[in-house]
Design a protein around this ligand. Structure first.
Ligand code: MN
Length: 446
């Protein structure tokens, strides 16, 4: 595991003033990656690193390096990583592994620091975030969604199966299903309310139409870095070396479609019409100062040995705050601030990222660079930490009143769902994941 190093030093300042402002998501200690171009242009997408309110254009920086303008800032490993990061997807960078990621991070940190001799060359590679548009950071070959919050699993299980909320495998297996990657969207891409079959519990037969119980799921997205060969599992102590970084994920869910279709093979059309991720991927190295111990309540089954490790117990968790808000069409028209629906933390997870990777590969399943995992809806144990509306409104039975007086049981057309994430801890610099959002459009006439 990578150790804390000079790039995490909380007192580090950048020559770029906006990176030093209190509360910025992107201080010099963060340095997350995205794929971007100038908004509205037909430029090629290329990798970028966020710093303050700017983006370091890694294609431009790579050109500067190739012209000899960066002196000895880059080691050989960092130069290989920069060339990979300049491409139109980050898959190759993700496949290189932590020695290369870390070398590029160190070079960027040194180049962006106050007093750097490379300020003028790097400053010429900056583009304002306000002038950028983003693409998915990687070609996502496969997408797997887990179910790692026991609070969510219990809350939702109670609604779907009142007498049997938590199924007996839950405390033994990191439960997941294979989702669909083709409908994963970048933040800002809106989508229409989906159609399918639904059946009310007391109805004789199903009906076809637009879903009426559309919901969000507040999740962490996990980008796989180096893959594993088919047939070769990844042991717990190696698991995190296969993870590139984390982002925000909204796993949109049509609850009425889900309730009718989910048995016996799990979610299908209730989930695969759209999922939204944030543009910025925060690397595992940037997240090091916010790692936390992972524990399993003593009264619960302890993990089977292949899902157990000292390292996972010591620091398998992430103290990562997660927030979800809604901005209705009316709030937008009236210029009102969005309403917070939930505030949770990735540390509520019953299973760690390492356990997800190890379990996913224990049968020999091969992961590939750019694969995406979802953590599952990351609800906490108390009121206010629900990660989905179905939990907040007890299945639609207890409508929630928003700050402007509007009432919701589920999401309505025009609702824009916003997610944010950040890490803060004494002795470390606060870092953030930026913001992502997407708006529900009316169903297409069918
Ligand atoms: Mn989900």
């Amino acid at each position: 595991m990578t150790q804390l190093n000079e790039t995490h030093e909380p007192s580090l300042q950048s020559w770029l003033n906006s990176a030093n402002l209190e509360g910025t998501d992107f201080p010099i200690q963060n340095l997350p990656f995205a794929e971007f171009r100038r908004a509205g242009s037909d430029e090629a997408f290329r990798g970028g690193v966020a710093i303050g309110d700017q983006i370091v254009d890694l294609a431009a920086l790579n050109n500067a390096y190739l012209q000899g303008s960066l002196g000895d800032l880059l080691t050989a490993e960092a130069a290989i990583a920069l060339a990979a990061a300049a491409q139109s997807s980050l898959n190759e960078l993700m496949s290189l592994g932590s020695i290369h990621w870390s070398a590029l991070r160190l070079a960027l940190s040194r180049g962006l620091r106050a007093g750097s001799a490379h300020e003028s060359v790097i400053a010429a590679c900056l583009i304002a975030q306000s002038d950028a548009e983003y693409a998915l950071p990687a070609r996502i070959g496969d997408y797997t969604d887990f179910y790692a919050s026991i609070h969510h699993a219990t809350n939702i299980g109670r609604l779907f199966r009142p007498d049997n909320p938590l199924l007996p495998n839950y405390q033994w297996i990191p439960i997941g299903y294979h989702g669909r990657s083709s409908s994963i969207n970048m933040s800002g891409a809106d989508f229409p309310r989906p159609h399918s079959q639904m059946k009310a519990p007391d109805a004789e037969k199903p009906v076809y139409g637009p879903c009426k119980r559309l919901d969000y799921e507040l999740e962490v997205g996990i980008f796989i870095g180096q893959g594993n060969a088919q047939g070769q599992s990844v042991a717990m102590d190696d698991a995190e070396a296969h993870v590139f970084g984390l982002c925000l994920l909204n796993d949109w869910s049509a609850r009425d479609i889900q309730a009718w279709e989910y048995q016996p093979l799990g979610p299908f059309l209730s989930k695969n019409f759209a999922s939204t991720i944030s543009p910025w991927v925060v690397t595992m190295e940037a997240l090091l100062p916010y790692r936390s111990a992972w524990t399993r309540p003593e009264a619960d089954p302890q993990p089977l040995s292949y899902l157990e490790s000292m390292q996972n117990r010591a620091a398998g968790g992430f103290d990562m705050q997660l927030e979800v808000l809604v901005e209705t069409a009316q709030m937008r028209e009236q210029g009102l601030a969005p309403h917070r629906l939930g505030l949770s933390n990735f540390d509520y997870s019953y299973w760690t990222v390492a356990q997800m990777v190890t379990h996913h590969t224990v049968n020999g399943c091969n992961l590939q660079a750019g694969d995406l995992f979802g953590s599952g809806t990351m609800s906490g144990p108390h009121a206010g930490s629900e990660g989905a509306m179905i939990e907040l409104t007890k299945g639609g039975k207890e409508p929630v009143t928003l700050s402007n007086g509007e009432v919701r049981t589920f999401l309505e057309d025009g609702d824009r769902v916003i997610m944010r994430g950040w890490c803060e801890r004494a002795g470390a610099k606060r870092i953030g994941f930026g913001e992502m959002s997407s708006t529900i459009l009316p169903a297409i006439e069918a």
